[in-house]
Structures are given as structure tokens and as C-alpha cells.
Design a protein around this ligand. Structure first.
Ligand SMILES: Nc1nc2c(ncn2[C@@H]2O[C@H](COP(=O)(O)OP(=O)(O)OP(=O)(O)O)[C@@H](O)[C@H]2O)c(=O)[nH]1
Ligand SMILES: [Mg+2]
Length: 348
């Protein structure tokens, strides 16, 4: 799926008792995600409610407002900053008459657009297939019942059943392929371990400057972009420290709040670089208004990976964008911490 220049409306819902990122900030992030997916944002709608509506996620009144906005802006896509159930998405599409995607689909799409390596592509396809299967499982049998069976489809089997079977088969093929990739990776890691060089992994919120820092330290020539999820593939480089000590440093995929579960599971092979590292370099974009939320989001993913107990150095990046000095309390709170500008080569 490609959202190239689709006229889109963004919808964000703040649920009570789920304190998270303020509505304005999460809308800003959703807009950046939409932009990265090459969609054209033509409208924004938000709502606060105690809990999601079962049928449409948003309430009746909001739905009417959304219908009017879709018509007024001639939109052909609606993007929800939430995880919709299969039936909510279907109800919304029926009532709005345009395509509806949720946050998970949007992020999966960006990953698909940015995957370069075979490994990256396999992992994205796995995540997409698992997502598709959950969507199909939510559908009733009545949805796409077709007549008798042709070819592999047995008599009486519905199209839905055969679709599910096909996707399950593909998932198991992908899992096998990825298992091979994991083994290759483990072999390469063993080799690196034999070299006795300590491994430091760059981790952090997407767009915080991990690749810029790797380039600044090692002239790795990794792609740097003012886009979310510019990096999906792992790059490993040697770095000589001033005291002659050599270390290996790895750059990998960035994190985001509410990172779809399917992605973390599918990118296990890639993320193992993080879990196998000796030291984590946590790069934080200090110029971002919400950097402390981003720090928590990164810790949530590290927790999920079982990597929070590793030694972590917090690296406050982009200090060239600040008017003032980095507050001492901040460095203390997240110590050991340093303040740098990867772009200008300050503090390295
Ligand atoms: N002003 C300023 N911009 C920076 C600095 N470091 C990185 N950037 C910019 O931040 C944006 C993202 O940088 P990347 O290095 O691609 O960030 P990343 O963490 O690798 O991002 P993903 O791979 O997308 O997760 C780019 O536009 C960089 O030029 C810095 O120290 N100062
Ligand atoms: Mg990067």
C-alpha cells in the first residue's frame, strides 16, 4: 500500500485514564508519519473520550463531523492515531466511503517503503502478514463466501478460509527464512565476540540522530534523513577510542511510542543486535519538545526486549538547536549522560 499524495485526514483520540503524550504532540507526530508515508494531510480532527466507541472508535457526533470533513476536503484517506479493530475499520470505511488505516498500518507501510536489505524486507513482510491475518480473523465467515472450489480450494471452503490458509503458509515460510537470517547473524556476532571487541549499540527514538552520530564517529556513510524510520538495517563499524581501545558500534532501527507489537516481534533478528550489545548509547533529541516522553517510550521498548539492565549512556543530542545550556539536573537525572551535537561534531 502506498499513500503517495493521497489526500488524508488525521484523527487522534485522547482516552481518559490513559495518560500519554498530549494530544497536540501525538497529532504532530502522526502528521510526520503521514508525511513520511508520502500522504498529503488536508485535515485534522481530534476527540477526548472516556473509552473507544465499539463500532467506530469515535462517537456518533464526531463521526458526522468526520463525514463532513471528508466531503469538504475531498479526502480519500483517513488515518487514525490508534489501533482499530478489524470491525471498527470496516464500519468506518463503510460509513465514510473512503479508505481508513490505523497507526500500525501506517508504520508498517513506512517500514515497507524504507526496507532495503533482504532481511529488512522479510521482516516487514512477516509483520504485514501477521497484521493481515489478525484483520481476516476479525471478519465473519459470511464476508466473502464464494461458490464451489477450484484448484487448491476444497469444496465448500470460503475464499476467506483459503486466504487465511495462504497467509499462514506464507508466515511459516517467512519465519523459516528469518530463522536462517538469525543464525547467520548469530555466527557473525560470535566472530565479533571472538575478536574480543566490546560492542556498543546506538538506540533511541526515531529521528534522534543515531545515524548522524555513527557517521560523525566513524565516517560510516549511513543514510541520514529528516524522516522517521530512515534506518531499518543494521550497520556495524569499528571505532578507535583515544586510549587506543577499539570498540564496535552498531546503528539500527529507531523506536517510537506505541511501536506496533508485530514489528517488535518481526524485527527480532535485527533487534538482537541491541540485546547482545555490551553497552547502549541512548541518543535523545534534546530539541524535541517532548523528549522526556520519547525517553520513556525508548525504555518501554528496551524493557520489552529485556535490555534495560544493560549499562546505558544517555546522549543528549542536537544541543546546537538550544538557546541555553543543558540543565545540570537533566544530566544528573539520566547519568551517566553527555550533551553533544552530532551534526556539528560537538562533545564527541
Ligand atoms: N540540528 C541538529 N540536527 C541533527 C543533529 N543530529 C542529527 N540531526 C538531524 O536529525 C535528523 C535525523 O537524523 P538521523 O541521524 O537520520 O536520525 P536517526 O536517529 O538515525 O533516525 P532513524 O534512522 O529515522 O530512526 C536529520 O535531519 C539530521 O540532520 C544535531 O546534532 N543537530
Ligand atoms: Mg538512522
Amino acid at each position: 500500500m502506498v499513500y503517495r499524495l493521497e489526500k488524508s485526514i488525521l484523527v487522534s483520540v485522547e482516552l481518559q485514564n490513559q495518560p500519554g503524550v498530549p494530544l497536540r504532540e501525538s497529532l504532530a507526530e502522526l502528521a510526520r508519519l503521514a508525511d513520511t508515508a508520502k500522504a498529503l494531510v488536508v485535515g485534522i480532527l481530534s476527540q477526548k473520550r472516556p473509552r473507544p466507541d465499539l463500532r467506530h472508535f469515535i462517537g456518533k457526533g464526531k463521526l458526522a463531523e468526520l463525514q463532513a470533513l471528508v466531503a469538504a476536503r475531498d479526502a480519500n484517506l483517513v488515518i487514525f492515531d490508534a489501533e482499530l479493530s478489524a470491525s471498527q475499520e470496516r464500519n468506518l470505511e463503510n460509513d465514510l466511503g473512503v479508505k481508513v488505516v490505523d497507526r500500525t498500518e501506517l508504520i508498517l507501510d513506512i517500514f515497507a517503503q524504507h526496507a532495503r536489505s533482504r532481511e529488512g524486507n522479510l521482516q516487514v513482510e512477516l509483520a504485514q502478514s501477521v497484521f493481515l491475518l489478525t484483520r481476516l480473523s476479525g471478519q465473519g465467515i459470511h464476508m466473502s463466501r464464494l461458490g464451489g472450489g477450484i484448484g487448491t480450494r476444497g469444496p465448500g471452503e470460503t475464499k476467506l478460509e483459503s486466504d487465511r490458509r495462504r497467509i499462514r503458509k506464507r508466515i511459516s515460510e517467512l519465519n523459516k527464512e528469518i530463522e536462517k537470517v538469525r543464525k547467520d547473524r548469530a555466527l557473525r556476532r560470535d566472530k565479533r565476540k571472538k575478536s574480543q571487541l566490546p560492542i556498543a549499540a546506538l538506540v533511541g527514538y526515531t529521528n534522534s540522530g543515531k545515524s548522524t552520530l555513527l557517521n560523525a564517529l566513524t565516517s560510516a556513510g549511513v543514510l541520514v534523513e529528516d524522516k522517521l524510520f530512515a534506518t531499518l538495517d543494521t550497520t556495524v563499524r569499528r571505532l578507535q577510542l583515544p586510549g587506543e581501545q577499539m570498540v564496535l558500534i552498531t546503528d539500527t532501527v529507531g523506536f517510537i511510542q506505541k511501536l506496533p507489537h508485530q514489528l517488535v516481534a518481526a524485527f527480532r533478528a535485527t533487534l538482537e543486535e541491541v540485546t547482545e550489545a555490551d553497552l547502549l548509547l541512548h541518543v535523545v533529541d534534546l530539541s524535541h519538545p517532548n523528549f522526556e516522553h520519547q525517553i520513556s517510550a525508548v525504555y518501554a521498548v528496551l524493557e520489552e526486549l529485556g535490555a534495560v539492565t544493560k549499562p546505558i549512556i544517555t546522549i543528549f543530542n542536537k544541543i546546537d538547536c538550544l538557546d541555553n545550556k543543558v540543565p545540570k539536573e537533566l544530566l544528573l537525572k539520566y547519568q551517566p549522560a553527555v550533551a553533544i551535537s552530532a551534526l556539528e561534531g560537538k562533545g564527541l
